[in-house]
Ligand binder design. Sequence first.
Ligand code: SAH
Ligand code: SF4
Length: 342
Amino acid sequence: MNLSNLSKILAKEPKYRYAQVNKAVWQDFIGSWDEVSNLPKALRETLALECPLEITAQIFKGKGHAGALKALITLEDERAIETVLIRQKEHRNTVCVSSQIGCPLNCAFCATGQFGFERNLTAEEIVEQVVFWERYLKKETSKNPNAVVEKVDNIVFMGMGEPFLNYAEFIKAVKFLNNPETLNIGARRLSVSTSGVVEGIKRLSGEKLQVNLAISLHAANDNLRRDLMPIAKKYALRELLRAVDNYIEKTGRRVMFEYLMIKNINDTDKDAADLAALMNKPLYMVNLIPYNPTGQFKASSPERIEKFKAVLEKNGVPATVRLSFGGDILAACGQLRGKKKK
Ligand code: SAH
Ligand code: SF4
């Protein structure tokens, strides 16, 4: 898919063509210009040549968890990115999008970081991942004439890459997804996760957008955090949490802190008490994430996670445990690599 010539082509057309094209591409999720019968044939032919709509992708379906699907999308420059669709009960669909090809931040527990960094994605490439799943859902759910046609309900920027190191394209994508004339997905349905890039948190605080913010914390002290996440050498916890407090003051919104549960590394009762001491503030909440194996560490047991959660709650910190989907297709958090199957 490449719509970079779209405005040039539509500039020669009557104004209302924009609305027709926007509806067809971003709301009806057409896969071919032939489907837009209200456009003149000559225009459809030009668009087919100059603005290809096809998205080249390979889909992987999980065996154990029917709920998660991973797609490997091949971009114009032949590089590949991964995006995940999580189909939950009550027809809720969440899409996890990548913001970069690889990631330069190299966290010790993350497969994407180990893969290295290739380049930033453009806003169009970020939006394309959502469009891919919208088309997929439309096709799958309209097979049964009695079923409701499903849509993407939530989007999480938790795939490959650090969104705040690609801020300009990230925020352009958010605004495009949110725009009533294009995808019209409410800002409250969009969530961004950052490893703690303080400039990005500051910039987001100044946007008039109700997107959800999540912070990858993973450790309650600077020493351990620096061992796990090299970005912690640049921003100490104090500075990071000051930026979060500022964000809360400006926006009045809750912030979710993500905390990976890694066996014998950060999962003792003492770690939980230290974390509770940091997190005991209004509008802070903790999301415990079962570690998905990527080679280096072991996962905490479900019992350990429950005990850890109980310590947080006893100390007045709201905590949830993230359900993990897609482990068997390497589609779970931190396992996205962008490798093509041979
Ligand atoms: N770069 C951003 C967003 C992408 S990562 C960030 O780091 O926040 C999305 C989430 O997956 C983060 O919370 C990240 O810490 C988590 N994650 C990374 N590796 C993981 C693993 N092996 N198992 C489970 N979650 C992991
Ligand atoms: Fe990058 Fe996030 Fe993975 Fe760290 S956890 S390497 S910041 S994608």
